[in-house]
Design a protein around this ligand. Structure first.
Ligand SMILES: Nc1ncnc2c1ncn2[C@@H]1O[C@H](COP(=O)(O)OP(=O)(O)O)[C@@H](O)[C@H]1O
Ligand SMILES: [Mg+2]
Length: 372
């Protein structure tokens, strides 16, 4: 029998989506085939501390990690593997725990989905699930992502960009430009956030002022978009060089918009799978999702979120999430299930794709010359 694959699952993290990550991780951990994989858990607390050991997930859920040793992955590829870190009067001591064949970052948002963790894993020269540094950071930054969409002819909602400094020093000029962009409602959002944190729907000038000041707390750069009266259609993409798109699904937030509360607190939003749209609309959405996925150099997986304008029928790509919500009842896996790929098989496939991507990367020549 082939030897088992050492899989490190990392969850928690320093973002506002810490709790969501724990829920995703619980689902992922419950379906990994333990006859094929040795699972090693690494938890990152909200303040950024890494811990490992048995039952890390429970410890993070209960907010009590005092009994757990520290964990470390070193950026030095000559010291590969997962380490345990213990403190002693002589200083910190690193003990090697295991080799790492592949890492599954089940982390949403900043310091997990944005390319920073991916950078560490690249330095460590280890295979990992999902998009690389570039794809992760390109999809995370809503402002830069618009440039990617524009360069590739992918339709997006009209918007303008403002900076925190402008919000602080010249609010009237931003408001003037925003009112020129479109009539109300306008949406304001920080360029680098997720889970609708800092997103507001502004119906008038005073909402806009408040929305801008609020968004500026979360990022230096802020987007102001035309508000569309739209259905929200999402599609899951899976693959490396030949990505596939799932059947689309629809989110009905049953709220004014798909806010943080609608996503995680109210429990009133519905997922409609498959979305009740025409086959032409389905084909177009799938094609745009794959185009954006490739343009942003994604790998492994991403969920692409669209607006379907109720008034004009126009389709706009809103955003791509490279580590979408991943509980067994989340949209990303549900769409694959509806497309014929079960949750356990999806998890397995993603791990395989992570290892394939590493093998592919290893073919890249990094020195000049014909080799020796
Ligand atoms: N331009 C817009 N027009 C209409 N609704 C929007 C617009 N932008 C955002 N929204 C609403 O706000 C939600 C969150 O915005 P989104 O850009 O997806 O940020 P996040 O990354 O936080 O999910 C969307 O799901 C949608 O309900
Ligand atoms: Mg969104």
């Amino acid at each position: 029998m082939a030897s088992k694959i050492d899989l490190v699952v990392i969850f928690g993290g320093r973002s506002g989506e810490h709790a969501v990550s724990l829920r995703s991780a619980r689902s992922v951990l419950s379906v990994i085939d333990t006859t094929r994989y040795n699972i090693h858990q690494v938890g990152i607390t909200s303040s950024g501390r890494w811990v490992t050991g048995a039952n890390v997930l429970e410890a993070l859920e209960q907010n009590d990690i005092s009994h757990l040793p520290g964990a470390a992955i070193l950026g030095d590829p000559s010291r590969p593997g997962l380490f345990q870190v213990t403190s002693s009067p002589d200083g910190e001591k690193l003990t090697w725990i295991t080799k790492m064949d592949v890492v599954f970052p089940v982390l949403h948002g900043t310091y997990g989905e944005d390319g920073t963790l991916q950078g560490l894993l690249e330095m460590a020269d280890v295979a990992y699930v999902g998009a690389g540094v570039l794809g992760s950071s390109a999809a995370m930054d809503k402002a830069l992502f618009k440039d990617v969409l524009r360069a590739n002819g992918i339709p997006m909602v009209p918007y303008i960009l403002a900076t925190r400094v402008e919000v602080e020093n010249d609010l009237p000029a931003i408001i003037k430009a925003a009112e020129k962009l479109s009539r109300y409602p306008l949406f304001v959002k920080p360029a680098n956030m997720g889970s609708s944190v800092g997103v507001s729907k502004c119906r008038n000038r005073s909402d806009l002022q408040e929305g801008l000041i609020d968004a500026a707390r979360y990022d230096r750069r802020i987007l102001i978009e035309m508000g569309v009266n739209a259905r929200e259609i999402e599609v899951s993409v899976l693959g490396n060089d030949r990505p596939q798109a799932s059947v689309p699904g629809e989110i009905n937030p049953n709220a004014d918009f798909y806010s943080y509360a609608a996503k995680y607190l109210d429990d009133k939003s519905d997922l409609l799978i498959p979305a009740a749209i025409s086959s032409d609309q389905t084909a177009r959405i799938q094609q745009l999702a794959i185009k954006a996925y490739q343009a942003a150099d994604c790998a492994g997986m991403a969920r692409a979120d669209f607006f379907l304008d109720n008034d004009t029928g126009e389709i706009y790509l809103n955003e791509i999430n490279t580590i979408p919500g991943f509980t067994s009842i989340s949209m990303y896996p549900k769409l694959w299930e509806a497309s014929g790929l079960t949750y356990p098989r999806l998890v397995d496939r993603l791990i395989e794709l992570g290892m394939d991507r590493k093998a592919e990367r290893d073919r890249t020549v990094r020195t000049y010359g014909r080799g020796s």
